[in-house]
Design a protein around this ligand. Structure first.
Ligand SMILES: [Zn+2]
Length: 376
């Protein structure tokens, strides 16, 4: 058994136009704001977060929470509130419109640290409930009541940072055949990625394979989107391979610029590339705001050479997928490849599996690898 674990807190914490209405929502989730609605609570869900991507000062920013689950709770008369409707916040603006078909004696919106049934943040491995909080309660609700901007409580804001950040990977997942993360699964039978985050637990920064297969994030780790997405990238590779994963050795610790092993450099380089690709940059950012660039060109000071170096593999992948790269300007053909061909390491990916699907291994592709000191 192995944990894919970047040893970074110490040095490098090891660390990853969709119609949201197709995301496997429950029937109640589709409740529209129709003319028949008699009571609606509307507003915008937002959270504050420490922005590690902005540097070590980690400025506090405010972000709308996109595609986050909400529920309308309320009661028409006396008695206790029940769940009346559910849905997700807007994919671009974090807006919610939570309606019931009758006026309500009392109503409030409950927000959950999850998105549809595709991803969630839970409290612990042995308490897989997501975090929740409720909006202010309104009484005698009839027509539309605008709650304005509803802020996630500061003690929970990192959970919603994870929820919101996962959108950028979901939107780029390049699965044309279903709303699931990969083409391995059909609508209605999607696997969900689970993050375990507890503000009181500092340890984390790994994907717990092959045990729970959850991503564990330590207290402040969600401050880095790269860290969130790197770990999600491990889970994604496992999903692309149909719940299979390369056998990884010599991977603890591992560093972007340093030699590890073929299997470590492949899986860690892929996860690094997932995060950078999803965010549209060329680096890894740690949760303390420090970062490492993937820029390397031939023999590079501080960098080891070859395909046992995760930064050499990750930068090669990013260049193959680049807008001006040989793979068509994106990673889509590699994603499709991975759903059909398992690669134990980068060599197998490049020399066997790319040719099998008609992806280039000569010319520009060969030059990209050579620029990162990889020759096959
Ligand atoms: Zn990793």
């Amino acid at each position: 058994m192995q944990l894919i674990r970047r040893s970074a807190g110490r040095r490098l914490r090891a660390f990853g136009a969709v119609l949201i209405t197709t995301l496997g929502l429950t029937a109640a989730a589709a409740t529209p704001a129709t003319a028949a609605a008699n009571a609606c609570l509307t507003g915008t869900l937002a959270f504050d977060h420490y922005d590690a991507e902005a540097g070590t000062s980690k400025p506090l920013r405010t972000q709308v929470a996109r595609n986050a689950n909400w529920e309308l709770w309320g009661r028409t008369g006396s008695g206790t509130a029940t769940r009346l409707a559910a849905g997700i916040t807007g994919a671009s603006d974090g807006r919610f419109t939570a309606c019931h078909t009758a006026s309500l004696a009392e109503a409030y919106v409950r927000f959950r640290s999850s998105s549809t049934s595709m991803w969630r943040v839970v409290k612990a491995a042995n308490d897989t409930t997501d975090y929740t909080f409720d909006s202010a309660r309104r009484t005698n609700v009839s027509g539309t009541v605008d709650l304005g901007t509803v802020k996630v409580p500061s003690s929970l804001q990192r959970a919603w940072k994870v929820v919101d950040t996962m959108n950028v990977l979901y939107w780029k997942r390049a699965n044309p055949s279903s709303s699931c993360w990969t083409a391995r699964q059909a609508d209605g039978r999607c696997d969900r990625i689970t993050f375990v985050w507890d503000p009181r637990v500092a340890d984390g920064g790994y994907w717990d394979y092959p045990n729970t297969n959850y991503v564990f994030l330590g207290a402040t780790m969600p401050d880095s989107k790269h860290l969130i997405l790197h770990e999600a990238g491990h889970w994604l590779q496992w999903q692309l391979y149909g719940r299979d994963f390369p056998v990884v050795d010599d991977c603890n610790p591992h560093y972007v610029e340093k030699h590890s092993s073929e299997s470590c450099a492949w899986t860690e380089g892929f996860a690094d590339a997932v995060a950078a690709y999803a965010l549209g940059d060329y680096r890894y950012v740690r949760d303390d705001g420090t970062s490492v660039s993937f820029e390397n060109d031939g023999p590079t000071p501080g960098w080891d050479d070859g395909d046992t170096v995760q930064g050499r593999v990750g930068s090669s992948l990013l260049d193959l997928w680049a807008p001006d790269g040989p793979d068509g300007g994106n990673w889509d053909r590699t994603i499709a490849l991975m759903t059909r061909h398992f690669s134990q390491d980068f060599r197998e990916y490049f020399t066997e599996d790319r040719p099998a699907v008609g992806l280039s291994t000569t010319g520009a592709a060969e030059r990209i690898l050579a620029g990162h000191t990889i020759w096959y």
